[in-house]
Design a binder for this molecule. Structure first.
Ligand code: FA5
Ligand code: MG
Length: 450
């Protein structure tokens, strides 16, 4: 495996910034965000993270979420001409399935296709940038089905067999061969094979993840991809890879200026299985660096396998929520799913960067729980249990204490923050939720409560 390099390379002009948004970790393990992720060795497979034929640890967490939401989720949805019914995605009896109902209920909502939603406004503004600078050469896809094969999601983009992102702990599996895509890179190979050389793919992506203001198990990415032929770089004095890397950085710096105006940004070297070299772009925002996208020069093998031998290409994948939080001052990622008029009415088509005005601020309520963990315990499974009971009322799940006693037993104490963005929660409902969380954690995760 390639060494992991992470060094800031460049600084640019400065912008005022918002909260510290931890970076996501899926394909660049260096940017781990939660305590659990930080503790995870970069790209070293742990047995419990990767059990393709035996997923019960993760699946158990998911099973617990299959409640009455099933009834609400009965009707099939259609995405890109594909009808998806609940039973196509949530398979209680299948041990290789770990998709809970709350995740199924997000399929087909396609927030990025709503012109007056922050994600739709951002998508269209990025389209404008590419249309203007590349005279309409980029083909746009925003309706590709999020159910993809393991081959599309991982193999086609060279994700190693032992990469943590393939684990049942990190990815939602419909069955052993099918996943809810965890990144829009899942569509690179098929679009290349279809002959596309310039494309943008926007879509909802799914990851089992921690709970906090910048992480949600469903979020949106936009993939960009551009192929060059030898004629493009032959006069440049550079080799194809250097030429593509320079063009990629120029293109994305231009996009950042188009979105933010003058902005302080930096390139950070990183690792992705599908690009080399690979970079992340960070933007300075409220006194910290925020990772907004990953990118790089596409591995030759991907081009070769898909009909573009002797070409080079660049690719990027950006997080639409992360960029929107900065642009619109949206403090919590759960708000992107809100149907509350007080949220939705603040945004309108074509208006990028209107600052969100919080309509009310209800106090969070904190509840702590401690337990002795077991071999199978993972923070993602705990978060799935909490989310299954509290839904979007769970604002954060945070490890606040962690010790191992003389007998070698490890105790974790988690603080759960419950908060509604729309109303006050009563003591009674919070206590009920916490009681149910404790019961499920004990029963499903088989840990010993303290
Ligand atoms: C990827 O997903 C790569 N496929 C990106 C890529 C494409 C690299 C093409 C090279 C070439 P990563 O896991 O870092 O990388 O996610 C990309 C972006 O998605 C992040 O920079 C971040 O902005 C956003 N993101 C990741 N996880 C979350 C999350 N849980 N919630 C919100 N945004 C997230
Ligand atoms: Mg990343």
């Amino acid at each position: 495996m390639r060494p992991l390099i992470r060094s800031a390379c460049r600084l640019r002009a400065r912008v005022r910034a918002m909260a510290t948004l931890p970076a996501a970790a899926a394909f660049s393990p260096s940017s781990a965000s939660s305590a659990a992720a930080a503790a995870r060795p970069p790209r070293l497979p742990l047995a419990r993270f990767f059990l393709p034929s035996a997923p019960p640890a993760a699946a158990l967490g998911a099973r617990s979420l299959r409640t009455s939401a099933a009834a609400a989720a009965a009707a099939a949805v259609e995405v890109g001409g594909v009808k998806i019914a609940r039973e196509d995605v949530v398979k209680e009896e299948d041990p290789t399935n770990n998709v809970p109902d709350p995740i199924y209920s997000k399929i087909g909502l396609q927030m990025h296709r709503r012109g007056n939603h922050p994600l739709g406004i951002l998508k269209n503004t990025i389209y404008d940038y590419f249309d203007k600078n590349f005279s309409g050469q980029f083909n746009k896809f925003d309706d590709l089905c999020p159910l993809v094969s393991v081959k599309q999601n991982f193999d086609d983009v060279l994700v190693p067999a032992d990469h943590v992102s393939r684990s049942y702990n990190d990815t939602y599996y419909v069955d052993a061969q099918t996943v809810l895509r965890c990144h829009t890179s899942a569509h690179q190979a098929e679009l290349l094979r279809d002959g596309h050389t310039h494309f943008l793919v926007t879509g909802d992506v799914y990851r089992r993840d921690s709970i906090d203001s910048t992480h949600y198990p469903v979020f949106h990415q936009m993939e960009g991809f551009r192929v060059f032929s030898p004629d493009d770089w032959s006069d440049s004095g550079m080799d194809g890879t250097a030429y593509a890397a320079a063009d990629l950085k120029k293109t994305l710096e231009g996009l950042a200026r188009h979105l933010f105006g003058a902005v302080e940004m930096r390139w950070v070297d990183t690792y992705f299985p599908f690009t080399n070299p690979s970079f992340e772009l960070e933007i300075y925002f409220q006194d910290d660096w925020l990772e907004v996208l990953g990118c790089g020069v596409t591995e030759q093998e991907i081009l070769k396998s898909n009909g573009r031998t002797d070409h080079v290409a660049w690719a990027f994948g950006l997080g639409l929520e992360r960029l929107s939080m900065v642009l619109f001052d949206i403090p919590d990622i759960r708000l992107f799913w809100s149907n509350d008029q007080r949220f939705t009415s603040q945004f309108s088509e074509g208006k990028l960067g209107v600052k969100f005005k919080p309509f009310s601020k209800f106090p969070p309520c904190y509840k702590d729980m401690s337990f002795w963990i077991n071999e199978e315990f993972t923070e993602n499974n705990l978060c799935e249990v909490v989310r299954g009971i509290a839904g979007d009322l769970a604002e954060e799940v945070k490890l606040i204490d962690n010790f191992t006693n003389k007998k070698g037993m490890t105790s974790h104490c988690y603080r759960i923050a419950y908060r509604s963005m729309e109303r006050s929660l009563t003591d009674e409902e919070i206590n009920d939720m916490q009681w149910n969380v404790r019961e499920e954690v004990r029963n499903k995760l088989k840990v010993e409560l303290r």
